[in-house]
Design a protein around this ligand. Structure first.
Ligand code: ZN
Length: 121
């Protein structure tokens, strides 16, 4: 990987910053981060030509943010948190799955893993 990628437009020798990929099945031109390897129907574009990009008539142009995974925190943590909240908010499990902790006042205590759900009066 020593050769610099160049814009594929005719008479343009500027460094390529984006890769334009034509998705013929969807009639969509996808402009995204520089592809790591050459694909068919993919063209490297410099910044100027990326901005002036025009798709064929009837086509849509989809512009992808430059690698969102590096700009935003991973959603895994949020998903895990959401799962934990849902787990805690779940209605009491069927009696067969509880540890049988039931007081004489009718309050049930259900253990779910390390979580304990107490019914409120
Ligand atoms: Zn160019």
């Amino acid at each position: 990987m020593t050769s610099a990628r160049r814009c594929s437009r005719t008479a343009c020798g500027r460094p390529a910053v984006n890769t334009l990929t034509y998705v013929y099945a969807d009639q969509t031109a996808v402009l995204g981060p520089l592809a790591t390897y050459a694909e068919p129907h993919a063209y490297d574009l410099c910044e100027a030509h990326s901005e002036r990009l025009s798709a064929p008539r009837g086509w849509e142009v989809m512009r992808l943010a430059p690698d969102p995974s590096t700009l935003e925190p991973s959603s895994d943590d949020l998903l895990a948190l959401a799962d934990a909240v849902r787990e805690a908010a779940r209605p009491a499990a069927p009696v067969a799955q509880t540890d049988g902790l039931q007081t004489e006042t009718g309050r049930e205590t259900t253990r779910r893993g390390h979580l304990r759900v107490l019914s409120s009066d």
